[in-house]
Design a protein. Structure first.
Length: 385
């Protein structure tokens, strides 16, 4: 019973953390300024790799930005046969007045192909404020205005954004990935900031060209898997702050199968464990339903343990519902409502990934086998998924 009691206590702490994440999300959405404006033109760097699910929809949101100082969009690919190119051509035809450029350059710089792509794209950038956004990022029309407004604050060197998940399919895997991002990652990131962390969240990175140069440029990131985290640390090393823009974007969750989702999220888990081992160890508390399930088993399936599990499920369900409601009210917010019956499966899957992440550091990413290291370094190979 001692083991059961300890597990029950841990699951209770996890439930408190769930509530704290809900509160942090509500507070963030209530502090959003109704007005935000930028004063300088922006160049958006958008590295592409293949025609991903919802790619056209994501890129369209950039072309629909309401940003009066003007903006340039640069798309970049390594291969002239890349299937993302027809999507860019379709955007040019649909938005003939937009300043859209396409860089096709097979030159490789280091082992991280995304950063190598950015190095190839940068010479075409005409403006001093740069926005680096993932290909699967969906944004509201005031996205650029809110980024520029945040960057104008004194002492700010880098602006990043929270993001939710947007399922590409109604498959269980896509929904599980979505709720992990929206109801796990997002409130967790806010709690981290409340505790003093200033992480750069890679879906969006906005900074001045001069700041990028001071930190070593993209060349300093070319061999890093977690290029966003390395950039954030370098900016903070210059005595500048990394802040959140008052908006929330969405990222596509493209997985159709549990297996595909498993390998994707396992790569995240191994990378985070390498970068922040102590915080990652404590992150098991984010899965209170898993801990409550262990409590039921350790207690010999006692009634009180079942009651604890039910209570924690109710707390998780209330928090998920509350987070969705808060995000729908934020300007620029994008939220997708996931079925509440998925929550136990989500916690069990996350816990299994947490356990599996301790089995090694090798991960697969876009045709490369790489070793999660500190900082993460790529290794060439053919062990691709």
């Amino acid at each position: 019973m001692l083991l059961a009691g300890g597990l029950a206590a841990l699951s209770g702490i996890g439930a408190i953390q769930v509530l704290a994440g809900w509160i942090a999300t509500v507070r963030f959405t209530r502090c959003v300024s109704p007005d935000a404006a930028g004063t300088v033109p922006i160049t958006i760097l958008k590295p592409l790799h293949g025609q991903e699910p919802l790619l056209l929809e994501a890129l369209t949101t950039l072309c629909e930005q309401d940003y009066q100082p003007g903006f340039q969009i640069i798309f970049g690919v390594h291969d002239a046969a890349d299937t993302a190119i027809p999507v860019v051509q379709a955007l040019r035809a649909r938005f003939p007045d937009r300043d859209i450029d396409l860089v096709i350059d097979a030159t490789r710089h280091g082992a991280n192909p995304k950063v190598g792509n950015l190095i190839n794209m940068l010479p075409m950038a005409r403006h001093d404020v740069l926005v680096i956004a993932d290909s699967d990022t969906h944004a509201r029309p005031d996205y650029l205005r809110r980024l520029a407004w945040a960057l104008d604050r004194p002492g700010v060197g880098l602006v990043t954004t929270l993001y939710t998940g947007l399922p590409a399919f109604r498959a269980v895997a896509s929904l599980l990935g979505t709720t992990q991002i929206t109801h796990g990652f997002l409130p967790g990131a806010l709690l981290g900031r409340a505790l003093g962390r200033r992480d750069c969240l890679g879906a969006t990175m906005c900074l001045r060209r001069e700041t990028l140069s001071r930190t070593g440029g993209f060349e300093a990131l070319k061999d890093n898997l977690a290029d966003d985290q390395v950039l954030g640390r370098r900016v903070r090393g210059e005595g500048l702050d990394v802040v959140l823009a008052e908006t929330v974007v969405a990222t596509t969750v493209p997985e159709r199968t549990i297996a595909a989702l498993w390998w994707h999220e396992l790569r995240w888990a191994k990378t985070i464990r390498t970068l922040e081992p102590a915080a990652f160890t404590a992150s098991v508390l984010q899965y209170p339903l898993f801990l409550a399930t262990l409590t039921v088993i350790a207690s010999g399936f006692a009634v009180w343990a079942w009651a604890l599990t039910l209570g924690i499920y109710v707390i998780r369900a209330l928090a998920v519902t509350g987070i969705d409601r808060a995000l729908r009210g934020i300007p620029g917010g994008l939220a997708f409502r996931c079925p509440l019956w998925l929550l136990p499966l989500r916690d069990l899957l996350s816990a299994a990934e947490w356990i599996a992440s301790h089995t090694g550091r090798r991960v697969d990413w876009r045709g490369q086998s790489l070793q999660a290291d500190t900082p993460p370094r790529f290794t060439q190979g053919s062990n691709a998924r």
